[in-house]
Ligand binder design. Structure first.
Ligand code: PMV
Length: 334
C-alpha cells in the first residue's frame, strides 16, 4: 500500500515508538485556499494536479487530544458529542489512525472545533492536521512541520497547508511517492487583510470534495484548462502579495474560485454547491464593487462564502453583512 510506504519512509525507525498515555492538546488552524486544489494525480496519496495557495484563519480551527484507551473500538468526540461509529467521518478517521498504530491500539479522540463542520470551511483540513500534531506528540516522533505536512496530506489534501499560520503554498511536487508534495509557509504578512465568514447555510454538503473533485476531473471537458488557470493564479497571487495589491489579490482569488465552480457545473452529473443565498450574497458583493467598494469572495465545496476586504472598509462591510464574523488573520491574539 502506497500510504504505508510514505509512512515508513517519513518515520523510519520511529515507526516502532510506543505511545504515551495521552497527547497534549494540539491546535491547527483551518485554511482557505486563494488558489484552489481541485483534482488529484494520485487518489490514494492525495497528490494534486497543481500547486495551491491558502491563508490560515489563525485562531479558527480544531484542538485535538488523543488518549489511549482499553476498548475494542475508538471513541471520537466532537465538541462534546460522541460521533457514531457508522458515520463516514468516524470511518475515515479510523482508517487514517490505522496507518500509524498497531492492531490493538485504541484511542479516545477529543476534537474541539470553533468552525462550522462540513460547511466548506475546511474543517477536515484543521481536523487531520491537528490529529497528526497529536500523534507526533503521543509517539514522540519529533518530526519537522514539513514531514508532518506530508503525513497530514494522507488524511486530507488541504490538511497539508494547515500546519502554519499565514500564507502557505502547497507545492504539488513531481515524485510518484509524494515526498516532495507538502505545504511551505510564504514570507508575506498583511495586517490589514480581513476575511469575513459569510455562513448562508450550515447543512452538510451534498457531495464530498473528494468525490466532486474526481467527478470533475473525469467528466468535465473544461478540466483540461484548469492546470494553466491555477498556474497563472499562483503567479499573479504571489505578485499581489509581494506588492500588497489588494485588487489584484481579490480578483485573482474570486476568478479562481468561480472557474473551479464552472468546471463543476459542467461535470456529469453536474455538481452545484451554490444555494439561493449564495447567489444573493454574490450579487450583493458585485453591486458593492460597482459602487467602488473593494470586496471580493472565494467559495469552496459548500454554499458559504469567504469575503476578502481591507481593514479600512470594516465598518461599511459590517453594515452590509451584520451577522458575518470578521477575522484579521495577521492581527489575531491568542
Ligand atoms: O482537502 P479536501 O479533500 O477537503 O479538498 C479541499 C478542496 C477545496 O477546499 C475546495 C480547495 C482547497 O484548496 O482547499
Amino acid at each position: 500500500m502506497k500510504k504505508m510506504n510514505t509512512i515508513h519512509t517519513v518515520l523510519g525507525e520511529r515507526i516502532h515508538h510506543i505511545p504515551k498515555h495521552k497527547s497534549k492538546k494540539l491546535f491547527a488552524p483551518t485554511n482557505i485556499a486563494l488558489c484552489k486544489y481541485w483534482g488529484k494525480r494520485d487518489t490514494e496519496l492525495n497528490l494534486p494536479i497543481t500547486s495551491s495557495l491558502s491563508i490560515a484563519l489563525t485562531g479558527k480551527g480544531t484542538e485535538t487530544t488523543l488518549n489511549l484507551i482499553e476498548n475494542d473500538h475508538d471513541e471520537i468526540v466532537l465538541n462534546g458529542r460522541a460521533i457514531a461509529s457508522t458515520s463516514h467521518f468516524y470511518q475515515r478517521l479510523c482508517d487514517f489512525l490505522n496507518l500509524f498504530r498497531n492492531k490493538s491500539t485504541r484511542f479516545h479522540i477529543n476534537f474541539v472545533s470553533n468552525i462550522p463542520i462540513a460547511a466548506g470551511l475546511a474543517s477536515s483540513a484543521s481536523g487531520f492536521s491537528s490529529v497528526i500534531l497529536a500523534l507526533n506528540d503521543l509517539y514522540d516522533w519529533k518530526l519537522s512541520l514539513q514531514e508532518l505536512s506530508i503525513l497530514a496530506r494522507l488524511g486530507s489534501g488541504s490538511a497539508c497547508r494547515s500546519l502554519w499560520d499565514g500564507f502557505v503554498e502547497w507545492k504539488m511536487g513531481e515524485a510518484s511517492d509524494g515526498l516532495d508534495s507538502y505545504g511551505q509557509p510564504l514570507p508575506y504578512c498583511w495586517p490589514e487583510l480581513c476575511i469575513g465568514l459569510l455562513i448562508v447555510n450550515q447543512n452538510e454538503k451534498p457531495i464530498s470534495s473528494r468525490e466532486a473533485m474526481e467527478r470533475t476531473k473525469i467528466t468535465s471537458s473544461l478540466y483540461t484548462l484548469w492546470p494553466e488557470k491555477v498556474n497563472e493564479s499562483l503567479l499573479v497571487t504571489k505578485k499581489a502579495l509581494e506588492n500588497q495589491d489588494f485588487s489584484l489579490l481579490g480578483q485573482t482569488a474570486e476568478s479562481n474560485a468561480m472557474t473551479m465552480h464552472a468546471m463543476m457545473l459542467s461535470a456529469w452529473p453536474p455538481i452545484i454547491y451554490f444555494q439561493p443565498e449564495t447567489i444573493n450574497a454574490m450579487q450583493q458583493i458585485w453591486k458593492l464593487r460597482q459602487q467602488g467598494l473593494e470586496i471580493y469572495f472565494t467559495q469552496d465545496a459548500g454554499p458559504n462564502l469567504k469575503l476578502l476586504f481591507l481593514q479600512n472598509d470594516v465598518e461599511i462591510i459590517k453594515s452590509q453583512f451584520p451577522s458575518m464574523e470578521i477575522l484579521q488573520p495577521f492581527l489575531f491574539k491568542f
